[in-house]
Design a protein around this ligand. Structure first.
Ligand code: ATP
Ligand code: MG
Length: 337
């Protein structure tokens, strides 16, 4: 029996962080042996808002690949794909753009929020960026994926993918399966600054490659009250656990539930300091990251193996993509001779 397929990916815009792990990578790890997986390093997509930062993208392609290897993704089992090495991604994006009403993009909540972010940072909004949800649909459809494991911010894009699939299949015949989203254990991990999403672009992340001291510094600097209305000045002040970023990270990564319950009840009662709760979090995160750091260091010394993994994964997807594009051109009747 042939296995169902997964396509999912990351943008090479910086090193990966705890949000990627809890929102996506953890799922990828448990699914890589059950599905035929294509993990995409979406460099076309990164260009949409980083056209002046080619060096950063080039560096990040390696960072992403190393982070994937470091968490235990296996390029012999799953295919690591560089998007631009399979230009069929661009070709299918172009065809799908013609099927996409502009209004649908303008209404997309994730895109709207990201455009607002770019505007706030006074960055140019490019046509390429605006079109990225369509390029993501092409990514998913090229290998005819059935499942897309992602963080919650991506769910509107997968819903949109399903709409476009229905439209394509209705218009040109049944070519694509309707993919489903699968959201990770932590749908959306907050940033260390308390903003709703830890993100490479917001400078509010704890990276999988951060050293122990950096993790300590970042955790110690975290705010514990995102409303700013309940400052906790001393350990005897009753504290609020709900939506407290430090406790949200404990919830996501502390596997000792008895300890966590104890910390929470003492926090509510004003019997533990912010400092102690943070110290425990530093220890929890560093324990979690240690094996990842070790594996990363091993792969850093094996650049050729990483390169081979990227090339062979891209080649595997290219074969599939060529087949899909033949079907698409055929279905759309864009063959004239
Ligand atoms: P950028 O800021 O450049 O967009 P990003 O941090 O949003 O970077 P992406 O490469 O866009 O990362 O996202 C890759 C995957 O990781 C997506 O499935 C996304 O939903 C998931 N993801 C990213 N950040 C988080 C987070 N904070 N919590 C849960 N999932 C996340
Ligand atoms: Mg993103």
């Amino acid at each position: 029996m042939t296995r169902q397929r997964i396509l999912t990916g990351m943008r090479p815009t910086g090193p990966l962080h705890l949000g990627h792990y809890a929102g996506a990578l953890e799922n990828w790890l448990s699914l890589q042996n059950q599905y035929e997986c294509y993990f995409l390093i979406a460099d076309y997509q990164a260009l949409g808002d980083h056209i002046d930062e080619i060096d950063r993208i080039r560096q990040s392609v390696w960072d992403v690949a190393l982070d994937w290897l470091a968490v235990g993704l296996d390029p012999d089992v799953a295919s690591f794909v560089i998007q631009s090495y399979v230009p069929e991604h661009a070709e299918l994006t172009m065809y799908l753009s013609m099927l996409t009403p502009l209004n649908d993009l303008q209404r997309n909540p994730t895109l709207k929020a990201e455009m607002a972010q770019l505007e706030a940072a006074r960055e140019t909004l490019t046509l390429g960026f605006f079109n990225y949800p369509v390029s993501q649909i092409a990514d998913i459809l090229l290998p005819k994926a059935h499942l897309v494991p992602v963080g919650e911010d991506q769910v509107p894009h997968i819903e949109f993918t399903r709409e476009i699939v229905r439209k394509f299949n209705r218009t040109y015949g049944n070519v694509f399966p309707e993919p489903r989203a699968k959201v990770g254990r932590v749908a959306r991990l907050v940033g260390i600054d308390g903003r709703a999403k830890m993100s490479k672009s917001l400078n509010n992340a704890i990276h999988l490659s951060d050293g122990a001291d950096v993790v300590r510094r970042k955790v110690k600097g975290m705010i514990t009250d995102i409303t700013g209305k309940h400052p906790r000045l001393k350990p005897t002040d009753p504290g609020i656990v709900e939506n407290n970023p430090v406790f949200l990270y404990h919830d996501a990564f502390n596997t000792d539930s008895a300890e966590l319950e104890d910390l929470k009840s003492r926090y509510r009662a004003g019997r533990v300091s912010d400092g102690e709760v943070k110290d425990r979090l530093v220890a929890v995160l560093n324990d979690f990251l240690d094996p990842i750091r070790e594996r990363r260091a091993r792969f850093e010394g094996r650049r050729k193996d990483v390169r081979d993994a990227l090339l062979s994964g891209s080649q595997r997807e290219k074969k599939l993509a060529e087949g899909t594009m033949r079907q698409v051109r055929d279905a759309m009747r864009v063959i004239y001779t």
